[in-house]
Design a protein around this ligand. Sequence first.
Ligand code: NDP
Length: 344
Amino acid sequence: AWLEDDTAATQDPPPVATTQDPPPDGGGGVAVAEMERGVVVLNNGEKMPLLGLGTWKSSDGSVKAAVTSAVECGYRHIDCAAIYGNEIEVGEALSGLFAAGTVSRSDLWVTSKLWNSMHASADVEKAVDKTLADLGLDYLDLYLVHWPVTGVKGERLSPPIEETWKAMETLVDKGKCKSIGVSNFSLKKIVAMKEYWRIPPAVNQVELHPLWRQDGLIQGCKDLGVHVTAYSPLGSPDSADMFGHSGRSLMKHPVVLDVAEKASKTVAQVLIKWALDRGTSVLPKSSNPDRIRANFDVQDWCLDPDLFAKLSAVEPQSRMLHGEFWLNPSGPYKTLADLWDDDD
Ligand code: NDP
């Protein structure tokens, strides 16, 4: 299977940038992430499978079965987060899969995320230790700062991103995380990190689908060597009520339906393929074994360039997850423009 293609493992990783190895622009840039078949080589040389299973809202007894069937059918990347409230159940699935010999730890990529209330230096390691205990792992492949939020309504204000990032870097030093990255970060916020990063973020995980393409953010991250992962690639239909976007369901968009019909594929398959063809990794969530399997069946066919172009021209563009719940009159993000820095 392409995600297990071992030709990738025989190739040399790209040079790893360090602070002793200044980039040509002298500006703290990093080695550019390189794409290989089924994996992306991140700026630290780690190889991340491009297609992962999302686990947000997979709960109430469903996530164990979802993770188990995903790994059984070939997924080698699971996207988790402490705030999803289901890491213990994900861990039960993982220990079962390891015990059964379905996959070894080193062949599986597990991502988790630091929640907003744990940004203080003293809290970051506690947070990862809790996630590791819940998942039953002794290291994470990737740990992301879930949001750049440093001030949350109803919670105490947390520190500047610099303090949080330095604490994240020590997790790599201690071997608790192989790679670290960010999520929901604007390009401006990542560029600002160049002032102090010792380890640049390997990944920025953001909302990406045809109704929110963010071409500028993807290109800017690419220039910095930061790989971009697409979350909510199917438009997150089950969070429609939560976020009030039920009127613009991506999976029912006429252009998307037309592309799927012309490609003789499911709507989800063409959306996942489109994400991969853009050079992003992608995290479709499903709790249904048949859909989990079908969503993985995106390797042995191509999306016609005309159909790719159609999906790349869907309008109107707007983000689904605005993040308005993180705005705080006492914090650094008082408006949505403060949070997103008007990235496209
Ligand atoms: P997705 O865009 O992946 O959509 C998931 C929904 O699509 C579910 O309702 C699922 O239902 C349905 N679905 C899945 N496959 C199919 C299919 N083949 N046909 C029809 N319906 C299908 O939404 P998410 O918002 O969950 O995003 C994916 C993942 O990205 C998350 O689970 C999480 O891991 C990550 N994420 C990260 C965020 C961040 O802040 N970093 C924010 C949001 C998401 P069913 O389960 O019944 O199949």
